[in-house]
Design a protein around this ligand. Structure first.
Ligand code: 13P
Length: 213
């Protein structure tokens, strides 16, 4: 799968990043680097702070040697079914400085998956962390965050927005629809052609929104 993704990225007419999201261990990070990912993430947010710093610093070292960038996470970004915590600003600043990460997933009020109710991002927290560290922040849990809050977060240091659930949900919905529409023989290319079109449309609209267009 990775080889196919890398080939598509290489053949694309624009720059494409191949990123390991939420890498769970240094082994995973190493493997991703060896496979040719252009950026990796070591998600140590469930670890005690000192251990998160130590492990993430090691991941940054591996990434540096290979010339790829490394993201870390501070403060847990939970599933949207749970209560949504935010990180401690001082801990986030220390984490960024001591690990040397290139991008920082700081918990500023988002969660992964569909929200039970509209989230409220802590933009002041984002602004403070970014102004002290100058490190690009990553907004995880982008699905369901109102557009105005996403745009406002970009003004507070967010430079990457992760949106997965909405995209995956659209994929499943469209595959289901395509399968229902096709009678009898269901060749995979005919199932996927209209699905791909919808996904491209979604990606295009989302990227334009993030670019403020
Ligand atoms: P959502 O699935 O909530 O959009 O979050 C995506 C994400 O943050 C992946 O790391």
């Amino acid at each position: 799968l990775m080889l196919a993704a890398r080939k598509m990225a290489e053949d694309a007419s624009v720059d494409v990043a191949l990123h390991l999201d939420h890498g769970a261990s240094l082994e995973q990070v190493k493997k991703a680097i060896d496979l040719g990912f252009s950026s990796v993430m070591l998600d140590g947010s469930k670890l005690p702070l000192e251990e998160n710093i130590r492990t993430t610093r090691e991941a940054v070292g591996l990434a540096r040697k290979a010339g790829v960038s490394c993201e870390g996470e501070i403060g847990l970004i939970p599933s949207a079914k749970e209560a949504i915590p935010t990180c401690d600003a001082d801990e986030a600043i220390r984490f960024a400085k001591e690990t040397g990460v290139d991008a920082l997933a700081a918990a500023i009020g988002t969660a992964h998956g569909f929200y039970k109710e509209e989230p409220t991002l802590d933009l002041e927290l984002a602004r403070r962390i970014h102004s002290e560290t100058k490190i690009p922040l990553v907004l995880h849990g982008g699905t369901g965050v109102p557009e105005r809050q996403i745009i406002a977060s970009i003004g507070c240091g967010v430079a990457k927005v992760n949106i997965a659930t909405e995209y995956q949900n659209l994929f499943l919905q469209e595959v289901g629809g395509a399968l229902k529409r096709l009678e009898g023989f269901k060749p995979v290319d005919l199932v996927f052609a209209p699905v791909e079109e919808k996904l491209v449309e979604f990606a295009r609209k989302t990227i334009r929104m993030l670019a403020g267009k």
